[in-house]
Design a protein around this ligand. Structure first.
Ligand code: PSV
Ligand code: MN
Ligand code: MN
Length: 424
């Protein structure tokens, strides 16, 4: 379904007075208002195709109905999100779940909604029907060179699909690891992973990036071959200038200082992209900002500081994506909440008084440093985010409009109650 412009306009008209009052109140204290609004407008966060259906846990899955049944409907859903928030202008595909039947038609459909193709993701953590060799004991690190070759070829195949659609990056996340001490020779496993990645790297086009995602544990519970930023960073350095580290917020051991990791990777020019989500215990993939909004702000504070120091464009310098999916909320409402939380944290980081913070840091004025950061974090920047969204053509309150317009009901009407989107 395409959302009619008049629906958004009508919604905005009803709320405009209240919005203006709040916007004027907060903007009076924002010295760099135009810059903040312009940056918020330019900032887009890609939607992963696998987050558009209700996620499950290993105990069960409860479909919400009206989920996208194929790639076309996934693009349609991202189009709906983008129409509502003007910040979801890209979709990230996972192969083989999202193999396009017709590249041209897929590209045209996406263009119709103003959607681009973000990084393409390979899948060597599952065996597919008819697959010759199993990934039970890993893929790129496998002891058997034939399994490694199969996994390398799959990744090259994924690049080919991405090239046809206009993607510019391959994200590699591996489940390769071990669950029992002694199961693996760590050195050989790492070396084999490097050699496999080198083969994939050879197939990358000049304007492509390889994003190497790390994860501390799960599904392996003793070791993961690319288990932390240091391992990913080492691989990226050995591979070359097109290889980067990808930070997924849920992939760290408890209490890791993610903002410090971000700062270091940025300084070294090796931060390539982000997967946003939130968690309390492990890789919970909860809505961004739902558990630790202050951490999200602190991460953005480092991102803004580090990207500015390197003269990077915030909107295009890194790959921004959500990687959240769970089993309770409507997936589209959940994604809108994640986008909102990310933009709020970004806006708060943009209004940090950076000169004052720098001076306080140089003077070891610890109290003042904290005052400055928390002044920004405690500012209600939601009207700034809403203003940027409305000016770009989106809704003042996307979640409420989604409900008022009965979008899920319409989707259930056209797709049915019992829908299963392919995904994690
Ligand atoms: C598994 O942990 C995972 O959530 C990774 O974060 C990947 O990015 C995603 O699946 C898709 O492969
Ligand atoms: Mn991820
Ligand atoms: Mn994950």
């Amino acid at each position: 379904m395409q959302l009619d412009r008049s629906v958004i306009d009508g919604h905005n008209q009803q709320r405009i007075k209240e919005h203006q009052r709040k916007f004027e109140f907060v903007s009076a204290d924002v010295a760099n208002l135009d810059e903040v609004l312009q940056k918020l407008t330019a900032f887009n966060i890609a939607i992963p195709s696998w987050a558009l259906g209700t996620g499950g846990t290993r105990f069960g899955r409860f479909s919400g109905g009206g989920e996208p049944r194929n790639l076309e409907e996934k693009i349609e859903d991202v189009g709906l999100l983008h129409a509502l928030n003007r910040s979801s202008g890209a979709i990230s595909l996972h192969i083989p779940w999202d193999i396009p039947k017709d590249y041209k038609a897929t590209r045209e459909l996406a263009a119709q909604y103003g959607i681009q193709f973000d990084a393409v993701n390979s899948n060597t953590f599952q065996d597919q029907p008819g697959q010759a060799l199993s990934y039970k004991f890993g893929s790129l690190h496998h002891v058997d060179p034939k399994v490694r070759k199969q996994a390398v070829e799959h990744n090259i195949e994924v690049i080919r699909h991405g090239v046809e659609l206009g993607s510019k990056a391959l994200t590699v996340w591996l489940a390769d690891g071990s669950s029992f001490p002694g199961q693996l020779n760590f050195r050989k496993a790492f070396q084999r992973t490097l050699e496999s990645l080198q083969e994939i790297y050879q197939a990358l086009h000049a304007d492509w990036k390889m994003l190497i995602e790390y994860k501390a544990f799960e599904p392996s519970f003793y070791s993961t071959t690319i288990g932390d930023w240091g391992q990913s960073f080492t691989l990226a350095n050995k591979l070359g200038p097109k290889a980067y580290t990808l930070v997924d917020l849920g992939h760290h051991l408890a209490n890791a200082n993610i903002e410090q990791i971000v700062s270091l990777l940025l300084m070294e020019g090796k931060l390539g992209g982000f997967h946003f989500n939130d968690s309390k215990y492990a890789d919970d993939d909860l809505t961004a900002g739902s558990i630790k909004p202050y951490q999200l702000f602190l991460i953005f504070n480092e991102l803004v500081e580090g990207m500015d120091a390197r003269g990077m464009d915030h909107a295009t310098g890194l790959g921004w994506m959500i990687d959240a999916s769970h089993n309770l909320k409507d997936p589209l409402e959940d994604l809108m909440q994640s986008v909102e939380a990310i933009k709020i944290a970004y806006a708060q980081a943009l209004i940090v008084d950076r000169d004052a913070l720098n001076t306080a840091q140089e003077q070891n004025d610890v109290t003042q440093c904290q005052e400055i950061l928390q002044q920004a974090f405690r500012t209600d920047v939601r009207p700034l985010v809403a203003q940027a969204r409305m000016t770009a053509g989106g809704a003042l309150d996307p979640v409420q409009l989604f409900r008022e317009a009965g979008i899920r009901k319409t989707l259930i009407g056209s797709r049915g109650e019992k829908t299963v989107a392919t995904g994690l």
